[in-house]
Design a protein around this ligand. Structure first.
Ligand SMILES: [Zn+2]
Length: 387
């Protein structure tokens, strides 16, 4: 059975509540940013996870840590009545606590409020979004209007492709009727479609020889790689939303040696699910033109595309009408970047992404969040979570 939105949600009251909570929301964000959390330093990410776990417990959440060896622990916190309305009414609130910024970044890029923005590493992607989620849950809990179970899931490996959290995300999404992803907005829009991503590595093995003495005995791996690069780049089809980009390449040893080895790392983006197997077949079928060279091709699609399905459109329409009640227009957008929303949407669970902060500069020096949008979007999230 499908849940129906409650037409009586007092959006204006939620907005007033979110405005009152704004100083606290900013404080929580700053505390999370101060706990630097690069994906590859478990102890650092766990420090940040611990802060959120304590906060979630203080809000009455039932916290469970999925312990990890290599990456930071994955945090699951349940709020509201336990599944009173069944899976269709249960909601997954999805985010991550890891960032791309190494420990020590704060020294060069301090977290500060200036010109109506909160600046700092991980503010936009996506610690402000986590603080928004906690604030929305706090508002609903205090008002006694959290009438359904909300599962907050924050992982520690999103920025490196979610290798360990993916099965947890997929299992919990399967128990929910909707997924809201707290990744940053795209401009002012939320995200109803994302491209899928793939990574490949191509290694060419040729035959080394002296470039002057034995030229004809050599088989250049670099020359062969150049042909392969041209081939795979030609698979790009912008109309289909399919792109193939060789991002890094290398090879050879000395100028006077015919290179025996060369390699390339390839980024692939797909808008349609069907292009995944198609790309996998094409990469698997690559062959060297020079018979003396051989290829080793590894990789594959790691995140399926988040297609704009009917369930997602319904979530978006509801969000749009709630935003209108709050006095702003919520548009939808598609993006070439992937998130954990790709996994949940591919399972067929309606997924609305980009419900986090508005700002600029994710993964860049000018990473920042626009403060004036925090309260309205937190109120929107609270409205979406209220049954
Ligand atoms: Zn992110």
């Amino acid at each position: 059975m499908e849940w129906q939105p409650n037409p009586g949600i007092p959006m204006r009251a939620l907005l007033a509540g979110a405005r009152r909570k704004l100083p606290g929301l900013l404080q929580v964000t700053q505390r999370l940013v101060a706990a630097e959390s690069p994906s590859d330093v478990k102890a650092a990410v766990d420090g940040c996870v611990g802060l959120v776990a304590a906060h979630a417990r203080a809000l009455g959440g039932l916290v469970r840590l999925h312990r990890q060896r290599e990456f930071g622990d994955v945090l699951e916190a349940r709020f509201g009545p336990r599944s009173r309305v069944g899976a269709a009414g249960r909601v997954l609130l999805l985010g991550h606590l890891d960032t791309v910024w190494p420990v020590g970044t704060l020294k060069k890029m301090p977290c500060r409020l200036n010109e109506g923005r909160l600046w700092g590493p991980g503010t936009l992607d996506m610690k402000a979004g986590v603080a928004m989620a906690l604030t929305a849950l706090e508002m609903l809990t205090e008002a006694g209007s959290l009438d359904r179970e909300v599962v907050l899931l924050l992982n520690s490996d999103e920025e490196v492709g979610s290798p360990v959290s993916r099965p947890i995300t997929e299992r919990l999404a399967g128990e929910c009727g909707a997924v809201y992803v707290m990744e940053p907005a795209q401009g002012l829009a939320c995200k109803t479609a994302r491209k899928g991503t793939g990574d490949w590595r191509i290694e060419v093995h040729g035959v080394a020889a002296h470039a002057g003495v034995d030229f004809e005995k050599g088989a250049s791996a670099i020359r062969e790689l150049a042909r392969v690069v041209e081939t795979v780049s030609g698979w790009t089809d912008l109309k289909r939303g399919l792109t193939v980009s060789v991002g890094v390449a290398g090879g050879g040893t000395k100028t006077n040696v015919i290179p025996a080895e060369a390699w390339a790392a390839v980024d692939v983006r797909i808008a349609r699910k069907a292009d995944g197997p198609r790309m996998e077949r094409r990469f698997a079928g690559l062959k060297a033109q020079d018979k003396r060279c051989s290829l080793t091709v590894t990789g594959g699609i790691n995140r399926p595309p988040m297609e704009r399905g009917r369930g997602t459109v319904r979530l978006y329409q509801r969000a749009r009408s709630l935003a209108a009640e709050l006095g702003f227009t919520l548009d939808e957008a598609s993006t070439g970047g992937a998130s954990d929303g790709n996994f949940t949407a591919a399972l067929g669970v309606p997924t609305l992404d980009g419900l986090g902060a508005v700002g600029e500069g994710a993964h860049a020096r000018h990473e920042s969040v626009v403060v004036e949008h925090l309260a309205p979007r937190t109120a929107l999230l609270a409205g979406l979570l209220a049954l």
